[in-house]
Design a protein around this ligand. Structure first.
Ligand code: UGA
Length: 440
């Protein structure tokens, strides 16, 4: 069994560390945030990730946490880099945290560096050159991108569709492959540049699918077709497959927006205008804003109207608010003069101007509309006699096509999904033609 140092105790680092410890390796996780390390040492899990707490608890004697570089790298066979690579103002990935790790390596280091953070193509070559320039030729370098999704990260790590390993030296690649003993998955071996490109391409293709089905949804709305049936009908074609065809109000999160922008900039910096990627990103920006048009169609102007945003995290089963569509929606609604309330079962964001509600009922009481922003399963139970009566206008805009339109309409709500057929009953009395006064 190997000794693995993990730099970065965020989602990726913690999941990677916990899962390697579960596979029997000795793991030290290092971060620069004292509070985070203290909490981890005290047995707390600083992020919401299903299953992670159980794995950490189970592996307590094989995983430790430190702020100290020397302690982390002492005797380490592998150094996994799992630090953040946020976008710079130019849209490129900011690699300063990655470079700090390389710079902090002691002069006698001999381990293999494994890059888990998502980096631009060419980063491995640059790191290799920097290591060589420091006389650290004995330090190996391997790219081992991650494909885990938040909310299912532990399961994804232990049951991946594939493991990608890009190495300069075959032996280093073999050693990283051996670390994954116990995981049954195909292994793709590649050169470092191609491994880096696989990661960016996978995310780029996933967002392309989502933006594509979102545009199909928008056309469905115009031609009175149902995108859910369309997605089912095309997804059964084995050449297309059913995944990432859920139409909605767009993609967010810590990876898709950052990585799509980084790929677009990588292409541009390399002299190529990536037309499709630009369109995919733009479609996503516009998609979030379409909710306002739907609200306005029913409610007229939004000034003074009270709108409940249900589900705030960028997707269910996480408290992560990074690039969550709710952020754009809330600020657009506030700019229109609406009063905005928010409800989420786990995320507690500090959103200026938005009142957070403890319960769903509280969030919708007196509201002019409820918008399903994130498809938390709790929201399946949301439409009821009680909530309909509590709302000022019983209007649901379902940004994730979570609910059954017929069942919701049968309860007396007006319903608007995304790319779903509109019913004549969805016109609210207030928004319909005003009734003529009859003189006695
Ligand atoms: C994503 C990828 O799915 C992972 O494979 C990858 O490892 C990760 O990014 C990363 O690069 O680190 P994640 O951001 O956790 O994972 O979440 P997803 O489940 O992929 O969802 C991302 C966004 O797309 C969410 O806002 C979700 O609501 C949206 N989405 C997803 C759709 O709108 N429609 C779909 O059909 C699927």
């Amino acid at each position: 069994m190997a000794r693995i140092a993990i730099f970065g105790a965020g989602y990726v680092g913690l999941v990677t560390g916990a899962c390697f410890a579960d596979l029997g390796h000795e793991v030290v996780v290092r971060d620069v945030l004292p509070e985070r390390i203290q909490r981890l040492r005290a047995g707390e899990v600083p992020i919401y990730e299903p299953g992670l707490g159980e794995v950490l608890e189970r592996c307590r004697d094989r995983i430790s946490f430190t702020l100290d570089v020397g302690e982390a790298v002492a005797g380490a066979d592998f150094l996994y880099v799992a630090v953040g690579t946020p976008p710079t103002y130019a849209g490129d990935a900011d690699l300063s945290a990655v470079w700090t790790v390389v710079d902090e390596l002691p002069g006698d280091a001999r381990m293999t560096i494994v890059m888990k953070s998502t980096v631009p193509v060419g980063t491995g070559e640059k790191v290799r050159a920097a290591l060589d320039a420091r006389g650290l030729e004995a330090v190996g370098y391997v790219s081992n991108p991650e494909f885990t999704a938040e909310g299912t990260a532990v399961r994804d790590f232990m049951n991946p569709d594939r493991i990608v390993i890009g190495a300069f030296d075959e032996e280093d690649g073999d050693a990283v492959e051996a670390l994954h003993g116990g995981i049954d998955a195909p292994v793709v071996r590649a050169d470092v540049n191609s491994a880096e490109m696989i990661k960016l391409t996978a995310n780029a293709f996933l967002v392309t699918r989502i933006s594509f089905i979102n545009e199909i949804a928008n056309v469905c709305e115009l031609v009175d077709a149902d995108v859910e049936r369309v997605a089912e009908g095309i997804g059964l074609d084995h050449r297309l497959g059913p995944h990432f065809l859920r139409a909605g109000i767009g993609w967010g999160g810590s990876c898709f927006p950052k990585d799509s922008l980084a790929l677009k900039q990588l292409a541009a910096n390399s002299g190529y205008h990536f037309h499709l990627m630009n369109a995919v990103i733009e479609v996503n920006e516009l998609q979030k804003r379409r909710v306002l048009q739907k609200l306005q169609r029913h409610l007229g102007g939004l000034r003074g109207k009270s709108i409940a945003l249900l589900g705030l995290s960028f997707k269910p089963h996480t408290d992560d608010m990074r690039e969550a569509p709710s952020l754009v929606l809330a600020s657009r609604l506030l700019a229109e003069g609406a009063e905005v309330r928010g409800w989420d079962p786990v995320a507690r964001p500090d959103l200026q101007g938005v009142t957070l509600s403890a319960t769903l009922l509280e969030a919708v009481t007196g509201a002019d509309a409820a918008v399903i922003v994130t498809e938390w399963p709790q929201l399946l139970e949301f439409p009821s006699e009680e909530t309909r009566r509590a709302m000022r206008h019983p209007l649901i805009v379902d940004g994730r096509n979570l609910l059954d339109p017929d069942a919701v309409r049968a309860l007396g709500f007006a319903y608007e999904g995304t790319g779903r057929r509109i019913s004549a009953t969805d016109v609210l009395p207030e928004a319909a033609e005003p009734e003529l006064e009859t003189s006695e």
